[in-house]
Every structure is written in structure tokens, then in C-alpha cells.
Design a protein around this ligand. Structure first.
Ligand SMILES: Cc1cc2nc3c(=O)[nH]c(=O)nc-3n(C[C@H](O)[C@H](O)[C@H](O)COP(=O)(O)OP(=O)(O)OC[C@H]3O[C@@H](n4cnc5c(N)ncnc54)[C@H](O)[C@@H]3O)c2cc1C
Length: 381
């Protein structure tokens, strides 16, 4: 594919989706490798990085991003169509690349522009990966209590602190770190978002093995790590706005991408797996449809320059329901999942089942989402 955008594909998402579908149908080797069940996390990261490289070289993953940042134009609707098509062809998840739809929309919108223009192609092509450093041992639901500090020293900030539950840090190159630039009392008003190089001396990443056997999560410590002031995302002391922008994607539009894979999982299981009751499949399909409807609205709003705002919390709650009901349906058809010999397919099923139990925590716990709905949408006292 040419490095120039095709105006027809930019203007017509249906034509773009058909073109991606045609490419997938030729079964490129990177796609064929990615549709196999791969329970080993490090291997999955490698295989998905290769697939991202192939999608970038073919030009597909560049649609949906502005030309000023190395994209080929179009909107989030293109990205939604690309991942939906990949799922339909058997890709099981975004693996380590969820931040393409959690962090990258915010980086593209709020900068720093020069840095993002360099970083976006590296991320899209699978050469570099990102992590999000918000949570700390004493700051999760109460994120404004975070204590990681950034202190100005010449033309850089020196960052010291400890982050936890940082997804993909072990495999990441860059981390978007929320740090305190104001006083402790300044709470959410004294926070700034920085892009930190995870390879820099003074950064230590300690992987945390989860119950499902993956090492997606990590604890990351920063010991006096210098970060150029040019790597501030948004404004100095404007980190809360950056965090809310990211969370609106993590809770809202990201659900579109996730539900593509959930749908594919469920349909694949019904077709090939042990019998599952019609009732369980029907319930799970309804739950997925609810996620697709609300997150699809989020995509359309985003494409027109608006956002779901606090309504993204409703999408996240629906996503939690759907994740659980699908895995409950799968488990009902595989009562011996906990005991079954671990071939690659069973091992992945077990990973997915256990993951479905913690979906209510990432991006803010279920209780905190309910609180947002009560206060911001229902305006309850
Ligand atoms: C799979 C996974 C991936 C994650 N990835 C990342 C990541 O990449 N980057 C990152 O920064 N973080 C990440 N997190 C962390 C996640 O954002 C936090 O775990 C979450 O915000 C909850 O914070 P906490 O763990 O400190 O729990 P706490 O805030 O201590 O909450 C514990 C319990 O108390 C409840 N609670 C707390 N305060 C209230 C209140 N005021 N009212 C009612 N109930 C309350 C909570 O709902 C929860 O049930 C991830 C978590 C998981 C599980």
C-alpha cells in the first residue's frame, strides 16, 4: 500500500473495512500466527507485535489517526472497523496493545505533539509499547491522594515514587505517569502527566504474576528519574484533565474493541466447544449487544468531536456484566475447566475466565463507577 492515504478509504469506513477484510482473507503469515491459541504471555506479545508491524506496513493501522502524527486520516470508526475485522478473522484480543485505544487518543489530542508524532508510528507498528502509571499502593479509588513527586530541576522534572498494577510495564517502553507537581493538599489540582522512558536508569519494573498465570501487571518504582519538561502531556498541573480524558476512553470507547473479541469468543465457543445452554448464550449475547450499542455510540460521538463523558461509566458497568456472563456460559459448558488438562485452548479459557473476575476493578472499581453515576448523572445527594 502507498504511504499516501486513499481518499475513498478515508471517506468510506465500509469500503475501508472491506479492504481490511480482503487483506485478512489472503492470510498474511503474521495474522495466521496470531490466530493460534497462545497461552504464554511473552509469546503472545511477540506474535501480536509482529501482527501490528504487518498492519502498519500494509497501511491499515494508520487509518484512524491524523496525518500530522504519521497516520493516514479518518477517525476512530476506522480503528473500530479494523479490530472488528481482525476479531472476525480469529484474532483473540489486542493483547498488549490495548493502550492504542486507552492512552493514544489522549496523547493524540493533548500532545506533546512533536513527541507523539515520533511515538505514534513506533506504537502502531508494534516496535514500542506503553503503560499507564496512575495507581499507587495508597491511591487507587482515591487517585487524587497519589504521592509520586515530580520536582523541577533545570529543564527537566525529577520523578520519585511507586506505582502499582501497571499493566504491560514489563513489556513497555513508555509509561504515562501521573505525578504530583503541587502540594499534597492541592489534591487533583496539583497533578501533572509525564511521558517517562521505562528504560531509563532509576526505573525498576517488577512483574506481578496474576492468578491466571500471566505477568501483565507490574510494580514500577521511579528513583529520581529525570524527564524533560517537553514530555508533559497537556498542561503543568493539568494532569487530572489528562487522567479523566484517558479514563473516558478506558471506560467507554475501549469497550467497543473489547466486545469485538468477546463476541468472537462466544460464537467460536458455541460452534466448536461443548454444549452451552441456549439461555446462557442468549443472556451473554444480549449483554454484548448492550456493550456494542453504548460503546458504538461512544465511537460515533468521538468521531464527531464529542465524548460520552460520565456516561462512559455505564458502558464500563455493562462491559463487566458481559465479561462475566460470557465466561459463566463457557464454564457451564466446561464444568471440568478447573481440572482439565492444560492444552493451549483450555489454558486460554482458564485465563479468560479468571480475568473476567477482575474486570470490575481496572479503570476504577465497580463501586466507584456507581458513585459517578449517582453523583454526576443522577445528581443524587
Ligand atoms: C487487571 C487490572 C489492570 C490494571 N491496570 C492498571 C494500569 O495499567 N494502571 C494503573 O494505574 N492502574 C491499574 N489498575 C489498578 C486499578 O485502577 C485499581 O486497582 C482500582 O482503581 C482500585 O484501586 P485499589 O486497588 O487501590 O483499591 P481501593 O481503592 O483500595 O478499593 C478497595 C475497595 O474499596 C472500595 N472503595 C474504595 N473507596 C470507596 C468509596 N469511596 N466508596 C465505595 N467503595 C469504595 C472499592 O470499590 C474497592 O472495592 C489495574 C487493576 C487491575 C485489576
Amino acid at each position: 500500500m502507498s504511504k499516501m492515504p486513499d481518499p475513498t478509504l478515508v471517506a468510506d469506513v465500509g469500503a475501508y473495512a472491506a479492504a481490511v477484510d480482503g487483506w485478512c482473507a489472503t492470510r498474511p503469515p503474521a495474522l495466521a500466527a496470531a490466530v493460534r491459541p497462545i497461552p504464554d504471555y511473552a509469546t503472545r506479545v511477540e506474535v501480536m507485535s509482529d501482527l501490528l508491524g504487518a498492519l502498519f506496513d500494509a497501511g491499515w493501522s494508520r487509518y484512524g489517526w491524523p496525518e500530522t502524527l504519521g497516520g493516514l486520516g479518518g477517525s476512530i470508526l476506522h480503528r473500530g472497523a479494523m479490530w472488528q475485522t481482525l476479531a472476525a478473522h480469529g484474532v483473540a484480543s489486542m493483547a498488549v496493545f490495548e493502550h492504542l485505544e486507552v492512552l493514544l487518543p489522549t496523547l493524540a489530542a493533548l500532545g506533546p505533539t512533536d513527541f507523539v508524532a515520533d511515538a505514534l508510528p513506533a506504537f502502531l507498528s508494534g516496535r514500542e509499547r506503553w503503560a499507564q502509571g496512575f495507581s499507587e499502593p495508597d491511591a487507587g479509588s482515591d487517585l487524587a491522594a497519589l504521592r509520586t513527586r515530580a520536582v523541577l530541576d533545570g529543564d527537566a522534572y525529577r520523578i520519585t515514587g511507586r506505582k502499582i498494577w501497571t499493566s504491560w510495564a514489563k513489556y513497555g517502553t513508555w509509561c504515562l505517569v501521573l505525578a504530583r507537581t503541587g502540594t499534597t493538599e492541592s489534591r487533583h489540582r496539583g497533578l501533572t502527566a509525564f511521558v517517562v522512558d521505562l528504560r531509563h536508569p532509576g526505573v525498576e519494573v517488577r512483574a506481578i504474576e496474576q492468578a491466571n498465570g500471566t505477568d501483565e501487571l507490574a510494580e514500577v518504582t521511579f528513583d529520581d528519574v529525570p524527564v524533560p519538561a517537553t514530555r508533559i502531556v497537556g498542561d503543568l498541573d493539568g494532569g487530572w484533565k489528562v487522567a479523566m480524558h484517558i479514563l473516558s476512553h478506558e471506560r467507554g470507547t475501549y469497550a467497543w474493541f473489547r466486545q469485538c473479541f468477546m463476541y468472537r469468543d462466544l460464537i467460536g465457543h458455541v460452534a466448536d466447544g461443548p454444549a452451552v445452554s441456549d439461555r446462557a448464550v442468549g443472556d451473554a449475547l444480549c449483554d454484548i449487544a448492550a456493550v456494542a450499542a453504548t460503546s458504538g455510540e461512544g465511537l460515533r460521538l468521538h468521531a464527531s468531536g464529542a465524548t460520552l463523558g460520565p456516561r462512559a461509566t455505564i458502558t464500563k458497568l455493562l462491559l463487566c456484566e458481559a465479561e462475566r456472563s460470557i465466561q459463566d456460559a463457557v464454564l457451564a459448558g466446561n464444568a471440568d475447566l478447573a481440572l482439565a488438562p492444560l492444552d493451549d485452548t483450555t489454558a486460554l479459557l482458564r485465563q479468560e475466565y479468571l480475568f473476567s473476575r477482575i474486570v470490575t476493578v481496572y479503570g476504577g472499581s465497580q463501586q466507584m463507577q456507581l458513585e459517578t453515576i449517582a453523583k454526576q448523572l443522577l445528581e443524587l445527594p
